[in-house]
Design a protein around this ligand. Sequence first.
Ligand code: GUN
Length: 283
Amino acid sequence: MATIIDGKAVAAKVRQEAAQQVKTLKENGIKTGLAVIIVGDDPASRVYVNNKKKDCEEIGIYSEEYALPEDTSQEELMALVESLNQRSDISGILCQLPLPRHLNEKMVLDAISPLKDVDAFHPSNVGKIMIGDYDFLPCTPAGVMEMLKEYEIEIEGKTCVVIGRSNIVGKPMSMLLLHKNGTVTTCHSRTKDLPGVTRQADILVAAIGKAKFVTADMVKDGAVVVDVGMNRLDGKLCGDVDYEAVAPKASFITPVPGGVGPMTRAILMKNTVKAAKLQNAVT
Ligand code: GUN
């Protein structure tokens, strides 16, 4: 039976370190602040934004929420981002995705100052990740790496398979595993013989967005299984991995809830602190 990777415990540690740094910055007259923009009333986004505000409060980060109506125009949103870019008390800017369909997401993400880009979605930050010289890492892949590190899971030389190629999770996840000298395959909806590929994985990361997609026959005995999924199944939160069936085969596994989710939230706090340091030339 697998060791269950306790994302809540690792996240608490990351938050504690961030809180300590917020305190030190404050003692040096530097305010750490996060602005969160949410457009429309998507219920999942609302939950995520509430959690982010709660995390800020807990660790002493000043936060501002901009809850804009569904019919907000591109110009209004761009003007808000521009004004937040100029503010010295706002270290980080996060625009909750997805945006309503009439808004151009790319334009908004490109407009956020790279120094305040706590999601690491700006093309210049994405490019920096590619060459391994980065300020910010996207929260979910960074959270996964932190968990692997905490549990002393070796990546070098391991066969790593990432299912999913999103800009937010799959692609950067593959890149971070590659930076740690894993041999990485990124799978997607057109991958031929997916179970044949995933069965090779020493480290398998599932970021598909389909409940219980990864079944026991897709997993090698002793694999490390990381579940990035957050799906609702019969009203219950459920990952991309069929946990009950896969856990007996795995050496380590992340649960849902209590695995990657808390880590994503904690890394956002870490990135906000990093942003405050960057803007104030603190190392
Ligand atoms: N929506 C779902 N995940 C995320 C995320 O990590 N950042 C932002 N900004 N929006 C999201």
